[in-house]
Design a protein around this ligand. Structure first.
Ligand SMILES: [Mg+2]
Length: 357
């Protein structure tokens, strides 16, 4: 099939491997920032260069929803298209995002960010139904091998000690009402490589993978990453769960999120279940209610032990026009107030039915 699905999270073929991270032998040349005295790049300056100059874009075809009670022509136009209350449920004074009923509205929506220099992003809201059916057809084609891996998995009870303690502390009181959003790192949020070359990178740092500070790591951020993280970190308890080596991932996450504003917890390879040379992410290890936990990963097999909790996302390598995080943001916005995420995820992606028939 050559058509592009209009569903909100479009997967692309992914290799069957254990999510080891630092996989590709892409190369890079320095761009933008100069290294500091310690030899590392100034992450903040680099991140600003990734975001680009602060500016607002308007397109005559797009509908922009102004929050905080302001009225303008665009809003009036939107009111003509749909009753506003179906689009802005709960969007109060000072709110920065919309509660969009995706089953009621099929048009484009621009989320208005807070005044912190983040560019507004266009969100295309797609209803369920036909779009989901088309998406699920893609999932079957693209992830057939990974689905086979999931079918071959033994039961969770046979893999882990049921008496083990959760790896995460209890959530803070301010987070206790939030769902937990578990994010993969490599090819979901960033693409990293270690061999220098002529590929453009956004970050570079050195890490001790073999001998102290011997490896230069080049990183490309997925488009709209910071915008995405700014929003989900206000909606969810965000956990990054990566099968990559801790030495690399922890350093990268510290550069991306030095104040731990985005990621409340970091979980690395040693916490994965290793089986058949592959790494699997067991969500029960986190100690959170599975009805309120969702994992986003570019390789569905890694959440094969809890397929009802997974959102597959297309792998990111170098597409500067990638908008998957914006599409994902729209879906998460719909999901964040549901009592149990699993029925919604199964309706959207149908992974269990595709895997087990
Ligand atoms: Mg990955």
């Amino acid at each position: 099939m050559n058509r592009t699905p209009s569903a909100s999270i479009r997967p692309c073929p992914a290799p069957v491997q254990g999510g080891a991270g630092l996989i590709a032998s892409r190369t890079a040349s320095p761009r933008g920032a100069e290294p500091t005295e310690s030899g590392e790049w100034d992450a903040r300056r680099e991140l600003r260069s990734v975001q680009g100059p602060r500016k607002r874009r308007r397109s005559p075809e797009k509908v922009r929803v102004e929050l905080g009670g302001r009225q303008d022509k665009k809003r009036n136009r939107l009111r003509e298209l749909q009753p506003l209350q179906t689009l802005c449920q709960g969007a109060g004074e000072g709110a920065s995002a919309l509660e969009v009923d995706v089953d009621q509205y099929t048009g484009p929506v621009v989320l208005t960010p807070e005044e912190d220099g983040i560019l507004p992003g266009e969100i295309r809201v797609i209803p369920s139904g036909e779009a989901d059916a088309e998406l699920q057809e893609y999932l079957v084609q693209d992830y057939m091998q990974q689905f086979a891996v999931i079918r071959s998995l033994p039961s969770l009870e046979s893999l882990v000690d049921k008496w083990r303690l959760p790896i995460l502390p209890m959530p803070l009181r301010s987070f206790s009402q939030r769902q937990t959003l578990v994010l993969d790192l490599d090819e979901t949020l960033v693409h990293s490589w270690i061999n220098e070359g002529d590929h453009e990178h956004d970050l570079m740092f050195k890490v001790s993978l073999v001998t102290p500070d011997d490896t230069a790591v080049f990183v490309r951020l997925r488009p709209h990453l910071l915008y995405f993280l700014e929003h989900v970190s206000k909606w969810f308890e965000v956990v990054v769960f990566t099968a990559s080596q801790k030495a690399y991932a922890d350093k990268l996450l510290t550069i991306l999120d030095p104040g731990r504003r985005f990621f409340k917890h970091r979980v690395f390879r040693e916490s994965c279940v290793e089986l058949m040379g592959m790494y699997f992410k067991d969500l029960t290890l986190l100690g959170r209610d599975l009805a309120r936990t969702v994992i986003v990963d570019n390789q569905p097999q890694v959440f094969g032990l809890q397929v009802d909790n997974g959102i597959p996302i297309a792998s990111f390598y170098d597409n500067r026009d990638d908008t998957e995080l914006l599409k994902l943001l729209t879906f998460l916005q719909k999901m964040m107030n549901t009592a149990d995420v699993r029925p919604l995820l199964q309706e959207k992606f149908g992974l269990r039915r595709m895997i087990h028939g």
